[in-house]
Design a protein around this ligand. Structure first.
Ligand SMILES: Nc1ncnc2c1ncn2[C@@H]1O[C@H](COP(=O)(O)OP(=O)(O)OP(=O)(O)O)[C@@H](O)[C@H]1O
Length: 213
């Protein structure tokens, strides 16, 4: 399953406060996830979804509160945490001169695991695998980014708008991929304004400041 991951995994965040510029974005947000669970972060534009995902990914420092992976504050060993976590944000993380295959190989080599061929197949990228990423369509770029989730598996997925630019076929494909990840004992925290059908997902509503429903 997930190399080097402990049998029991947990992600907890408590009392998170985020201030951006001089604005309080959210206050006292809390969440918890264990193996097989997913949480959908909801909220209107500007409610702080991206900010929360970046805080939980360890990319943005909260004004207060903490994020713990298996009970240990992620600030204690950020490198170890990054090894268990895939963050895919709004922006694509592709080098435009490298092909889709080369981009995936770069990421999976960096992570020390290589399931590139499987990732290309699952996200139906084989036909365009050897085209430079810079000339791919928005949806093809998005699928190449998402294929990193399979090319170098990690137990925790943190995904910001993972299905933007995808047509209904690929939204379904992603939903199946997410469901398989959860069935396999993975976890996911994500935000999307679009409709995504995945069973057993919990919700975190930031409109009220970060209270879990
Ligand atoms: N780098 C920054 N500096 C200052 N303020 C910022 C910065 N980035 C975001 N903000 C502000 O933080 C607030 C939350 O932004 P965030 O992107 O987290 O919201 P969001 O819920 O993801 O929005 P959307 O649904 O529009 O993507 C917004 O008011 C935004 O203007």
């Amino acid at each position: 399953m997930f190399a080097s991951a402990p049998l029991t995994m947990s992600l907890t965040a408590t009392d998170l406060t985020c201030i951006r510029g001089d604005r309080l974005v959210f206050d006292k947000a809390a969440l918890s996830l264990s193996a097989g669970q997913a949480l959908w972060v909801k909220g209107k534009n500007g409610a702080g979804k991206t900010s929360l995902l970046r805080v939980v990914a360890g990319l943005l420092k909260p004004a207060r509160g903490s994020v713990c992976w298996n009970g240990i504050d992620i600030r204690e060993d950020p490198d170890a945490y990054q090894g268990h976590c895939h963050y895919i944000g709004h922006q694509d993380a592709l080098k435009p001169v490298l092909t889709a295959r080369e981009n995936l190989t770069f990421w999976s080599t960096y992570a020390g695991v290589s399931r590139v061929a499987e990732a290309l197949e699952i996200f139906e990228l084989s036909r365009i695998a050897d085209m430079p990423a810079g000339i791919l369509s928005a949806g093809q770029k998005k699928r190449t980014n998402l294929a990193r989730l399979v090319a170098s598996p990690a137990p925790l997925w943190i995904l910001d708008e993972p299905i933007s630019s995808l047509d209904t076929h690929y939204i379904r494909l992603f939903a199946d991929c997410l469901a398989a990840h959860l069935k396999d004992g993975g976890m996911a925290l994500f935000a999307t304004h679009q409709d995504l059908q995945v069973d057993g997902v919990g919700y975190l509503d930031l409109n009220g400041g970060g209270t879990r429903e």
